[in-house]
Design a protein around this ligand. Structure first.
Ligand SMILES: Nc1ncnc2c1ncn2[C@@H]1O[C@H](COP(=O)(O)OP(=O)(O)O)[C@@H](O)[C@H]1O
Ligand SMILES: [Mg+2]
Length: 357
């Protein structure tokens, strides 16, 4: 897949700007704050219907402006124009070839994308939420129902939690309402659990292979799906632990507690891995995401690589370039140092487009 043209209007630091991309490898250089990451985020936004970096669409609108518009020309077996308009009142509209979507989840996966950024070390260092987000980004591009189920699950979860809070002050509890919420959570959780189990198993196998390719090692990376649901259905858990939920005033069981347990040679990755091993792991898990998307979809995902050569040793850098240039897809790479990228791509046959911001 390719992006041939990108138009930005009031998106982050871009008042109005148009880019044309005409090579498979696009290198974007410029000093800090010049808009490299924002450019990648605009492409990501058009693929995924939201920013990779900020929770709220409003943060993507240029400061002191109202509304924004981004548009791109994608090329796969045909040409597609994808456009997002964020209206002044905050309403978001998404359209493909000028046909508006009613459900944004239908768009996700049509233009698959994998992004690697320096912040991704959070996958190793931070709490389970970051890892769930990673898994959700992967699966929602593969399975049209996944995002819908997840959103529905989260909505019921919120309602259930506010009911539990309300009950704290209420003597008279209507258990029938809780029964309904429990049934709904169970229904939405089931396909989410099944999908996570399936794709996390693939992730584990592929990450290990790529990790060892990048680091020229033969180490053992394990990615284990941690969930309360391996042995027992959610509805049973909810029934058994109802009193606990009522006392603590929140939902202690469900797929919102899922996590990935990451190990390197049987030790928790977070404490066992050196800086270099962490980098290799991140490339491993991200490129595994790329390979799973590629294998399951009819088009190869775009690769958006933000500042990946920063603090990367030469050997890993070379392996990375090797991996990237073997892929039949468009790759966008940013760097503050043009020389560093020029050196990295010096021995590569593929044509490279250089954009200096
Ligand atoms: N909503 C926004 N409105 C205006 N400027 C923004 C907005 N969001 C981010 N910026 C600014 O855009 C500039 C470019 O950011 P970024 O793309 O991260 O730069 P780079 O990756 O090249 O270092 C930064 O100065 C940042 O503060
Ligand atoms: Mg940046």
């Amino acid at each position: 897949m390719r992006v041939q043209q990108l138009y930005l209007y009031q998106f982050k630091n871009y008042a109005e700007h148009e880019f044309h991309f005409h090579e498979q490898i696009v290198c974007i250089t410029g000093k800090n704050g010049s808009g490299k990451t924002s450019l990648l985020d605009a492409i990501y936004f058009l693929c995924f219907t939201k920013s990779y970096f900020v929770h709220s669409d409003a943060y993507c609108v240029m400061h002191e402006k109202q509304g924004m518009r981004i548009k791109a020309e994608f090329e796969k077996e045909n040409s597609y124009q994808v456009q997002c308009i964020l209206r002044e009142n905050g309403k978001k509209e998404f359209a493909i070839n000028e046909l508006p979507y009613t459900q944004f989840s239908k768009h996700i996966g049509k233009f698959p994308v994998v992004i690697i950024t320096p912040d991704d070390t959070q996958l190793i260092t931070e709490g389970s939420e970051v890892r769930r987000k990673f898994v959700d980004i992967l699966i929602s591009q593969l399975d049209e129902n996944y995002m819908r189920n997840l959103m529905a699950y989260n909505k019921v979860l919120q309602q259930r939690n506010s009911l539990l809070k309300k009950w704290h002050e209420l003597a008279d509890k209507d258990y029938a309402v809780l029964d309904i919420y429990d049934d709904q959570l169970n229904e939405y959780a089931r396909p989410i659990y099944t999908a996570r189990k399936l794709y996390i198993a693939q992730l584990k196998q592929k990450t290990n292979t790529i990790y060892n390719f990048i680091s020229e090692a033969s180490e053992n990376i394990e990615i284990e799906y941690q969930t309360q649901l391996h042995q027992i259905e959610l509805i049973e858990l909810l029934r058994q632990n109802r009193q606990k939920d009522i006392v603590t005033q929140r939902s202690n069981y469900g797929i919102h507690k899922d996590d990935l347990y990451l190990t390197l040679n049987e030790m928790p990755l977070k404490i066992a891995a050196s800086q270099g091993q962490r980098k290799s792991f991140l490339f491993g898990i991200k490129f595994a995401q790329f390979e799973i998307l590629k294998a399951n979809l009819d088009t190869t995902p775009l690769l958006l690589l933000d500042d990946i050569f920063e603090k990367l040793d030469e050997k890993r850098g070379e392996k990375l370039i090797q991996f990237i240039s073997n892929q039949d897809t468009q790759v966008f790479i940013t760097d503050t140092h043009i020389e560093r990228l020029q050196d990295a791509f010096a021995g590569i046959e593929k044509k490279v487009q250089w954009i200096e911001l």
